[in-house]
Design a protein around this ligand. Structure first.
Ligand code: 1PR
Length: 550
């Protein structure tokens, strides 16, 4: 089998890239020291996280010069994400760190006045401009395909600037900012997006690089309409996983977090079994899910950390599912069954190495946020959110919120942040606040969602997964009031969750709130609708979605 070399320096999920390369029939050889770089024919530089951290790691380990020498020797080179950023001179993310300077220019942070940052989701990498739709492709990129991006800094695109030095550029647009999505010249090719997480379209790009196909005619001509630039509406399938009473690992689904058949555990109700996690994740990928989230809802109590069943689920899923995978449940400092202390960062590392792109933190985030307030809104530096985002980047840390409504007659009845609601309480109360809960909704805290989300944003969370216990499993649509309230509080992306019962609920949440993504569970698991039906419906409503590609 032909071989491609990968640099073994990276924190984060490289398993998916290896899986993608192997699926394409190639073998990965790891470069473990600077001396080995010269032996590489084709070199891929993956990268996640912080620009300054990555380039200083290269420099410290002695990789910078050998990588530049590889490029100068005219050997094929591909950079991914921070691997693209490193080719430029510098980045606003850390102005004290020098990039390789192979391409002139400085990366800037996206403006967050009118949009969420980081930029997370599926966007273009298009060589078309204006009314001209490119009929040929750069390394398999199609103007009508979408690719998965996750980053806060980007190289702004200024027409002609890179082209005058011979670079070919594919661009994407986020809000009104156009930036470099991919860039190529001679033997160098780099993508800001993650091709290994971009489904069939992304695998096609990796394949074109491996086979050295720089420019070729597109097999079918894209239309201008389908080549529309911009971030698509992100649709996520969520799988709540736990062991059932027979000890099997199953996908389950609760009604307002009760996952047992009618009557609950006291009435002898069994845990609902809706299928096998790996098979269902694959099914949703094939239906066009933009992401798959696993929530380990019982954290597999009393199980040695190294044997966490979720690790095996991730390993197997990442072999066939090439979209981002999030894993939640049990991400906290813990003591293993043999008495060893294990940090939340160690647990997250195990998950990333097994194929996760993001970890989702629930109960521990509430505790950490309460302590943040108790300290007078100062950072501890030691929480799970802070340590994981410092090591893997903020885009790798999701906070999962499990709020429920508490009704009050007037805002003065509580110290918490209230909203006026159109859905009155049991005693016709016109106001409510959203109470944070922990332990899967079992414990209510004297702490509101507004406090939580602003605290976790300050601590370094990159995204909020916003559930709602009142809505979970009801099929009655999302809690739009909650979502609008949280969106007004923070700049990081929000995933709307709980209550989706049909495709129109997805359209409604995208039209009536500025949510960045929408998640569904029960309606998919019960087979009432497929992800593809949701996306087709969104498209019919004029909302931009990623088309499924085989
Ligand atoms: O506290 O860090 O160990 O994380 C535990 C994680 O498990 C949290 O993310 C928490 O939300 C989740 N969880 C715990 N118990 C339950 C339960 O259902 N008993 N599930 C649970 C949460 C809610 C959603 C669901 C949406 C959409 N599941 O993720 O998928 O509400 O459902 P729908 O579309 O069917 O309405 P930690």
């Amino acid at each position: 089998m032909p071989t491609v070399h990968l640099l073994d320096y990276v924190a984060g999920n490289v398993r998916s890239l290896v899986n993608a390369i192997e699926k394409l029939g190639w073998t990965v050889d790891w470069i473990k020291s600077p001396e080995e770089v010269s032996a590489a024919e084709k070199l891929i530089l993956p990268g996640v996280g912080h620009f300054g951290y990555c380039v200083s790691q290269f420099a410290k380990a002695g990789y910078t010069e050998p990588i530049i020498a590889h490029i100068r020797a005219g050997k094929p080179f591909m950079g991914i994400c921070v691997g693209l950023q490193a080719l430029f001179e510098s980045s606003e993310e850390d102005l004290s760190a020098a990039g390789f300077g192979v391409i002139p220019g400085r990366l800037d942070r996206f403006g967050d006045k009118d949009k969420s940052v980081p930029h997370i989701g599926w966007n273009s990498a298009s060589t078309s401009s204006g009314d001209h739709v490119a009929g040929d492709s750069l390394y398999g990129l199609r103007p009508d395909s979408k690719y998965y991006y996750v980053h806060s800094y980007a190289m702004p695109y200024r027409e002609g600037e890179l082209e005058k030095d011979g670079w070919a550029v594919a661009t994407a647009k986020y809000g009104d900012e156009e930036f470099v999505g991919a860039v190529a010249r001679d033997n160098v090719f780099a993508t800001q997006f993650h091709p290994e997480k971009s489904g069939a379209a992304g695998l096609g790009v990796i394949k074109a690089f491996l086979e050295g196909r720089k420019r070729e005619a597109l097999p079918s001509a894209p239309s201008l309409a389908s080549a529309k630039l911009g971030l698509t509406r992100r649709v996520i399938a969520c799988l709540d996983v736990r062991t059932n009473d027979q000890g099997d690992l199953v996908v389950t689904k609760g009604d307002q977090y009760d996952v047992r058949e009618k009557g609950g555990v006291s009435a002898g109700g069994a845990v609902r079994n809706l299928g096998k996690p790996v098979d269902m994740a694959r099914k949703y990928y094939e239906q066009g899910a933009d992401e798959v989230t696993f929530l380990n809802i019982t954290s597999f109590r009393n199980c040695p950390v190294a044997d966490l069943p979720m690790l095996e689920i991730l390993r197997r899923t990442s072999e066939t599912v090439f979209v981002p995978l999030t894993i939640g449940g049990g991400i906290r400092d813990t003591v293993d069954t043999d008495g060893t202390r294990i940090s939340a960062l160690d647990i997250a590392t195990l998950y990333f190495k097994s194929g996760a792109d993001k970890v989702s933190i629930g109960s521990d985030a509430v505790t950490a946020a309460e302590e943040f307030y108790a300290r007078g809104k100062t950072l501890a530096g030691t929480t799970a959110i802070e340590t994981i985002s410092a090591a893997y980047g903020i885009q790798a840390v999701v906070v999962s919120v499990d709020p429920k409504r508490v009704y009050v007659s007037s805002p003065s009845d509580t110290a918490h942040h209230t909203i006026k609601t159109a859905f009155l309480g049991p005693k016709d109360e016109e106001y409510c606040w959203y109470q944070c809960t922990t332990k899967g909704g079992r414990e209510g805290r004297d702490f509101d969602v507004w406090q939580l989300v602003t605290a976790v944003e300050a601590m370094g969370a990159g995204e909020v997964l916003l559930n709602c216990i009142d809505k979970d499993g009801t099929n009655s649509g999302y809690d739009l009031e909650l979502i609008n309230d949280v969106k007004a509080a923070i700049r990081i992306p929000v995933i709307a969750s709980s209550g989706a019962g049909n495709p129109a609920h997805f359209a409604e949440v995208f039209e009536k709130t500025s949510t960045d993504a929408a998640l569904g569970a029960g309606m998919f698991h019960r087979g009432e609708y497929t992800v593809r039906q949701v996306k087709d419906y969104l498209q019919e409503q004029g909302l931009l979605v990623r088309q499924f590609e085989d």
